[in-house]
Design a protein around this ligand. Structure first.
Ligand code: SF4
Length: 504
């Protein structure tokens, strides 16, 4: 690199797929590259460095990643100096397959090795060698190994990124844990992200303070199974509840969330923390995956449906007003109509705020893939997926409509997607159909409901009250209440615009 590691006028394109963990990893990678002088660009074909941050959780995500990689073949042939990197879970899971099928890829980097990316780019430019940095025993073909930083030094990047973020930060992810030890039979995460490692609480709090200093009002603590967070501290075990208490004390922060929770060992002290700590939001995402004990056993989930139901009952009892969300897999190996019916009944009974529902797809390396046939036909999986989502849509709509007439507190996140598009449009014909309100804002309640209303720039980043006037399954529409006037003057007419729900 020029100027002692600083590059000038170079651009980096980064495509992110998959979960919040990947979103955070991408932010981290961009932060590193930005401090070295790279400018982010949306133009993959003309970028100096093009990176794909991949996800291996489902076959569909891998196919999409392959298609993104393939799209870089021509630009790379046209501009051989371009550096193409594939990072994340797929790089870790199938390095040989990627290198065999995508010879234009310059380097592969697993999720635990992201700190090496700047040096890898440097080395590719110097040597034009194809490089691979994976978890220790898989790394090869790179002199970077001799420069390998100590295990999990990526954590230090987590910390430094808070200072390197551009502009004001409103919401941020903070990693508290990496990897997973649960080995659910369908899941590739323990193979791609390794064993569970928890970050020191002091580092998490320091990062949160830096983010709050940069304007963050909300942080989401991230891990694969956050409720198993544990860190030794002077002979004492710091668990998630203790950590929440420490993060709650960070000044300037308004809200704290945490994902994802595992139902098997969820302690009551975390529920008590949700009740007692004012910044911890009353929202729990806790994937069950199936409503059938037999399927849960085949999935190697270490709890029963009864234990799950009992836990959710306790959560509702201890944390007033809590909303609950879950994940389901349909069409897992051998899933019968009756077993799927049990999932349907569970959704009906638990009245989640929302669910994510996935059609099972076998992942290489997993126990399910090795030992159980993927024997539920695609069409049946599709039908079950649609059936479950339809049921949940009705429940979500009913829940949201029950809030009509109420006033909810929202953290105003910014302009809605449609408003951003409308504001960017030069001609009326480019605006979204039916669009009339370029001042449409979007915010979120503590219970994770999306709220859309009219407002202005000054509202963004603040907590506001919104009077709910209508609702769909995904979105509440309302009217902002201007506070502090002594008279609660309403500042905008009712909003009727396109839904602006965002995927999480
Ligand atoms: S708990 Fe199970 S599903 Fe979740 S990351 Fe770990 S192995 Fe995968």
């Amino acid at each position: 690199m020029e100027n002692g590691g600083i590059v000038a006028g170079k651009t980096v394109y980064l495509e992110t797929m998959g979960c919040q963990m990947n979103v955070l990893d991408s932010e981290l990678v961009l932060g590193q590259l930005r401090t070295l002088g790279y400018q982010p660009t949306e133009d993959a074909a003309n970028a100096d460095v093009a990176l794909i941050n991949t996800c291996s959780v489902r076959d569909h995500a891998e196919q999409k990643a392959l298609s993104h990689m393939g799209a870089l073949k021509k630009p790379k042939a046209r501009r051989p100096d371009m550096v193409v990197g594939v990072i994340g879970c797929m790089a870790e899971r199938d390095p040989d397959g990627i290198l065999r099928n995508m010879p234009h890829v310059d380097f592969l980097c697993g999720p635990g090795e992201l700190n090496k990316i700047p040096a890898m780019i440097d080395e590719v430019l110097d040597t034009r060698a194809q490089l691979v940095a994976l978890s220790e025993n898989k790394s090869r073909r790179s002199s970077l190994l001799s420069r390998a930083l100590e295990h999990d030094s990526v954590e230090a990047l987590d910390l430094s990124r808070a200072a390197g973020l551009p502009g004001r930060v409103l919401q941020a992810y903070v990693r508290i844990q990496r990897g997973c030890d649960k080995f659910c039979s369908f899941c590739v995460v323990p193979f791609t992200r390794g064993a569970e490692r928890c970050r020191p609480p002091a580092q998490i709090v320091d990062e949160t303070k830096l983010l709050a200093d940069r304007g963050a009002k909300e942080v989401t603590l991230l891990g694969q199974t956050v409720n198993s967070y544990a860190y030794p501290d002077n002979g004492r075990r710091i668990g998630l509840a203790d950590l929440l208490e420490r993060v709650n004390a960070v000044e300037g922060l308004e809200r704290i969330r945490f994902v994802t929770s595992y139902p098997g060992d969820f302690p009551d002290d975390v529920l008590a923390a949700m009740r007692d700590l004012p910044k911890v939001c009353e929202y729990l995402h806790i994937p069950v995956q199936s409503g059938s004990d037999a399927v849960l056993a085949r999935m190697n989930r270490r709890y029963t449906v009864g234990q799950y139901v009992e836990l959710l009952g306790r959560a509702r009892e201890i944390v007033p007003g809590i909303t609950l969300a879950s994940d389901f897999i349909v069409g897992f190996c051998g899933e019968t109509d009756a077993e799927f019916g049990a999932s349907y009944e569970l959704v009906e009974r638990m009245r989640f705020k929302h669910i994510f529902c996935f059609k099972y797809s076998p992942r290489p390396m997993t126990v399910a893939d090795k030992r159980s046939p993927d024997d539920v036909p695609q069409e049946v999986k599709r039908e079950r997926n649609v059936t479950l989502l339809k049921l949940q849509e009705r429940i979500s709509r009913e829940q949201n409509q029950s809030l009509i007439g109420q006033t909810v507190e929202v953290l105003v996140e910014g302009y809605s997607k449609a408003a951003v598009k409308a504001r960017a449009a030069v001609h009326d014909c480019e605006r979204p159909v039916g669009w009339r309100r370029p001042d449409q804002l979007v915010g979120r309640t503590r219970t994770d409901r999306i709220v859309v209303f009219s407002g202005g720039e000054r509202h963004i980043g603040t907590l506001r009250s919104v009077h709910v006037q209508s609702a769909t399954a995904l979105t509440l529409f309302g009217e902002l209440i201007e506070e502090g006037t002594g008279n609660e003057a309403r500042i905008s007419p009712p909003v009727a615009g396109p839904s602006t729900d965002r995927t999480r």
